[in-house]
Design a protein. Structure first.
Length: 474
């Protein structure tokens, strides 16, 4: 028997002490590893588990006892076994994707369809009042009343677009009472401004009266749309709608036509006044922030002016196209919400900035394509249903579709807070068309197509650049 084990080397002894270790008996190659079999059976659970306790809960629910863990798997308890299984799944970890949440921008399509009718039905007043406006051409060589109505429309659209923006801001921050006060001050001022422009250019009393009624209706309609009262506005439009529907079967007397036309703005003013008064009676919001500066609504007013010019130039050559454009605004609004929902979905599905930009641009082009298709279908339907309406030629149709694309892209940029680019691009297109209209004394659809196509291309580039950033959708 050898001497005692030396734990510390003696002087002159370079040999380090050794401690005997127990060797684990190797398992024969033909023996099965029960833990490996268990890991394969729970592969999905182990790969998706965030913590070993999740695996332990599954093992316990399967009825795995302590005796079986010790005897079959050679582990001291359930948690040791779960930790080893969790470690084995680390190399193939694949956590399940989160369940898609609800679309925060989901909107009822029937509400948008109702708003589209509300936008388009006022055009029936011009059909009903056609005989009242007939007469010798204006000093500008245009049909009777065209200049007065156009001047009133330009002033009214610009003012009411800015007013609607400011009222919506007050509605979101200060509540219904502050919104009613804003509309009470702004809507009458806009009606008076548009009426003043109409009176300045009207050559006959009937033209001036029609333009004043148009201005009053636009002011009342703005207030009702901001307050979400589309159904009341639709009821106010009933006299004009019924009168226009009777024209194919009954040539209404001029006096009856005048009464039906007057009834619509009067009803709209009464309904809007009632809603504003109800809003003033609501309690004020506590701790409301300071109102935004008036300059924040300037680009929206400029956009309203530019869009009015573009639509009026289009209407000079094809009135049915202008009606189709106004009717399509309901679909345009629904597609704006649709794109915002697609943007949120792209944020959830994308793993890098490049993928998100691709998905965002694809959603933008798809929504724009759907809107242009709807607009073309509306133009075809109105041409078929409107008595005596000429079918628009290829250039007229292209002018309509490119203008629709410009308006939809501008509304999209405004929804994301980029109001100035939309306003400036639309203003540039409007200036080009008006300059050519005055220079050549006539409308030319080729110029409209070229200006609106270029404006749409610029707006698409701006939208893809802006909306390709994830921060724009949050």
């Amino acid at each position: 028997m050898s001497g005692p084990l030396r734990l510390v080397p003696q002087d002159g002894d370079d040999t380090l002490p050794t401690v005997p270790r127990q060797r684990r008996r190797p398992r024969p190659s033909w023996a099965e590893d029960p833990l490996e079999e268990l890991a394969e059976r729970l592969d999905e659970v182990c790969a998706a588990a965030v913590h070993a306790d999740e695996i332990a809960a599954v093992l316990e629910s399967d009825g795995l006892t302590h005796e079986l863990i010790v005897q079959r798997y050679g582990r001291s308890d359930l948690f040791e076994l779960a930790e080893e299984l969790h470690a084995r799944g680390a190399g193939r970890r694949r956590h399940p994707a989160p369940e898609p949440g609800p679309d925060p921008w989901r909107i009822n399509p029937w509400q948008c369809l109702l708003r589209g009718f509300v936008f388009g039905l006022p055009g029936l007043a011009y059909v009903l009042g056609g005989t009242l406006l007939s007469g010798p051409p204006d000093a500008f060589g245009l049909p009777a009343g065209t200049v007065a109505l156009s001047a009133a429309a330009l002033a009214g659209w610009a003012w009411n677009q800015a007013l609607a923006h400011r009222a919506y801001l007050r509605l979101g921050s200060d509540g219904r009472r502050a919104t009613a006060r804003c509309l009470l001050r702004g809507a009458p001022a806009g009606a008076l401004l548009a009426s003043a422009f109409a009176l300045a250019f009207a050559s006959r009393g009937s033209d001036a009266a029609f333009a004043v009624g148009q201005s009053a209706y636009l002011a009342a309609a703005t207030a009702l749309l901001v307050l979400g009262r589309e159904r009341e506005l639709l009821l106010a439009l009933a006299p004009t709608t019924v009168g226009a529907a009777l024209l194919p079967v009954w040539d209404l007397p001029p006096a009856l036509r005048a009464c039906l036309i007057v009834a619509t703005p009067v009803a709209a003013l009464l309904v809007a006044g009632r809603q504003v008064v109800l809003g003033l009676r609501t309690p004020p919001e506590l701790g409301a922030p300071a109102p935004p500066p008036l300059t924040a609504s300037v680009p929206y007013g400029l956009y309203g002016l530019a869009s009015a010019v573009l639509v009026l130039v289009l209407a000079l050559g094809a009135g049915v196209s202008a009606v189709a454009l106004t009717l399509s605004m309901g679909a345009a609004e629904w597609l704006l919400y649709r794109f915002r929902g697609r943007g949120v979905s792209a944020l959830r599905r994308s793993v890098d900035a490049g993928g998100f930009r691709t998905r965002s641009a694809s959603a933008l082009l798809r929504c724009l394509g759907v809107y242009v298709t709807v607009l073309a279908a509306l133009a075809a339907a109105l041409t078929a249903l409107w008595p005596g309406a000429p079918a628009p030629g290829p250039l007229r149709l292209c002018a309509l579709l490119t203008l629709g694309a410009v308006l939809w892209l501008s509304l999209l940029l405004q929804a994301f807070g980029a109001a100035w680019p939309a306003a400036l691009v639309c203003l540039a297109a409007a200036v080009v068309e008006v300059a050519f209209l005055c220079w050549r004394f006539g409308d030319h659809p080729a110029v409209q197509v070229a200006s609106c196509a270029l404006a749409a291309a610029v707006l698409v580039a701006i939208a893809c650049s802006l909306l390709g950033r994830a921060t724009s959708h949050r």
